[in-house]
Design a protein. Structure first.
Length: 146
């Protein structure tokens, strides 16, 4: 471990009697009050486990509550200035698997989309096509909404 030299004024300097510096050598292990917060060399670190954010052990996403096993396909326009999207909810998968399913569905529909908060949003009204594709993937699918 590399030693670091830390210079601090001696106690006599505070009274004005001496004008010299007291040299204290401390190793990194003794500096318990300091920790690496961010480095451009390594990226961000987690404040709890001091690991890189992509290797963090303490911030793993909590598992989603188990649904009823039925995938629901609906249409939503709220907050999208009247533009409709097909919303798929209830797929029992984590975010990485949802992104893979969304990629396949977007290719089949020929449109864009995203994964948000455990749901897949496909731009446009493609509910009939999505229901057929999801049934082909082995899911129990219901068309919900109007």
């Amino acid at each position: 471990m590399q030693e670091q030299k830390i210079f601090r004024p001696c106690t006599a300097h505070a009274t004005g009697t001496k004008n010299e510096w007291d040299e204290t050598i401390m190793t990194r292990n003794h500096q318990r009050d300091t920790r690496l917060v961010y480095s451009t060399e390594h990226g961000g670190t987690c404040p709890q486990c001091n690991q890189k954010l992509d290797r963090c052990r303490c911030r793993k996403a909590p598992a989603r509550p188990a649904g009823d096993g039925i995938v629901r396909v609906s249409r939503a326009t709220k907050g999208r200035k009247g533009k409709g999207v097909s919303v798929i909810t209830g797929i029992p998968a984590d975010d990485s698997e949802l992104k893979q399913v969304a990629k396949v569905l977007k290719q089949k529909c020929g449109s864009g989309g995203t994964v948000k908060a455990g749901t897949i949003e496909i731009q446009g009204d493609h509910r009939d096509l999505l229901v057929a594709e999801l049934k082909g993937m082995g899911y129990t699918v219901k068309r919900s909404g109007g």
